[in-house]
Design a protein around this ligand. Structure first.
Ligand code: XIL
Length: 331
């Protein structure tokens, strides 16, 4: 990642990460008009992730028919604003198109494999040289460390993981290839099983380069030492790390507006962002972090867990919270 883009200002989260550490500080965006977010985003961050626009249902809505409209718009914005791009995501059980989920004839390994190969190759080829990090496989594990039963696992066992990594690598040898998941921050059944699996991938020559820990976390439950240990467990395999979808939500029923929280609650979130940032910086192989949206205004959290929210460093009015300053000071 020697070509780290700095973003427009040295004095910013992305600028500090790039300058001092050769690391990344990014944000994810939905398909809201970029002008609404552009001035903050282009100043603060040096990397962007499409929140939804490169998922399978959007990018290949009909079999063999690819629609890169939204993805290409994001790339154009990123190029104009000096941001690198994380590709998200090639192989995932969620947000699949209907033709995969409800095929007219049930899939067999023989019919599904060329479909998967075509998807991975076509998308990576289209963005070759424009996307330098790909979430190749997303959320393949259950929390107990077993493999998630998906249309891919049910047809191929775990073989599809190495195939997808190899296809992606053949299309763009310069892209850093990730397996990404939630609850990848702390040691436990999931992280330990995943590390064992990744070790076998590496032993077989599968081109996994990095692990993405989503880091959808909860205020009051962020432990710097614990996360440092979790990330280090993957780093010990020689893999790079990235906190790919950071948000730290309140689960105390006060909703999405930080104005409804007490000073000590606001302070706790700031502490948690500080701890999380430090945990990444503690691990030499942790090359950056990305907020899953940067403002509460566009966060996915309240839509999924009612009553929770206020999870991001910018509030619903796009004002910075103490969490912002905490990250800034941690870097
Ligand atoms: C979420 C988006 O934020 C929502 O807008 C969408 O409705 C559902 O997906 N893990 C992932 C992300 O890898 O792709 C998910 O994004 C959040 C959980």
């Amino acid at each position: 990642h020697a070509s780290a883009k700095r973003g427009r200002r040295i004095d910013s989260l992305g600028g500090k990460m790039a300058l001092d550490r050769r690391r990344w500080f990014g944000h994810a965006t939905g398909d809201a008009p970029y002008e609404a977010i552009a001035s903050v985003a282009s100043n603060e961050f040096n990397r962007i992730t499409p929140e939804n626009s490169m998922k399978w249902e959007t990018i290949e809505p009909q079999q063999g028919v690819f629609d890169f409209t939204l993805g290409d718009a994001l790339i154009a914005w990123a190029e104009a604003n000096d941001q690198a791009v994380r590709g998200h995501t090639l192989v995932w059980h969620s947000q699949l198109p209907g033709w995969i989920n409800n095929p007219t004839v049930p899939w067999t390994p023989a019919t599904l494999k060329p479909v998967l190969e075509n998807h991975v190759r076509t998308v990576v080829r289209h963005y070759k040289g424009k996307i330098d990090q790909w979430d190749v496989v997303n959320e393949m594990f259950n929390d107990d460390g077993t493999f998630r039963q998906t249309v891919f696992y049910n047809n191929f066992g775990t073989d599809y993981v190495c195939w997808a990594l190899k296809w992606a690598h053949e299309e763009d040898a310069d892209a850093l290839l990730f397996v990404n998941d939630y609850n990848f921050e702390y040691r436990g059944a999931k992280v330990d099983a995943a590390a064992t699996f990744f070790k076998s991938l590496i032993a077989q020559g599968c081109p996994i380069g990095a692990v993405g820990a989503q880091a959808h976390l909860i205020v009051g439950q962020v432990d710097e030492a614990g996360i440092t240990a979790g990330l280090s467990h993957f780093a010990d395999l020689g893999l790079l790390l990235y906190l790919t979808e950071v948000d730290i939500r309140y689960e105390i029923g006060r909703g999405n507006d930080i104005a409804n929280y007490t000073p000590s609650q606001v302070g706790q979130q700031a502490k948690d962002y500080y701890s999380l940032t430090k945990a990444c910086l503690n691990v030499e192989n942790c090359i950056g972090m990305t907020l899953w949206q940067y403002t509460d205004k566009y966060s996915w959290i309240p839509g999924v867990w009612a009553g929770t929210g206020a999870a991001l460093p910018w509030d619903v009015r796009l004002n910075k919270k103490p969490a912002y300053t905490a990250i800034y000071e941690a870097i």
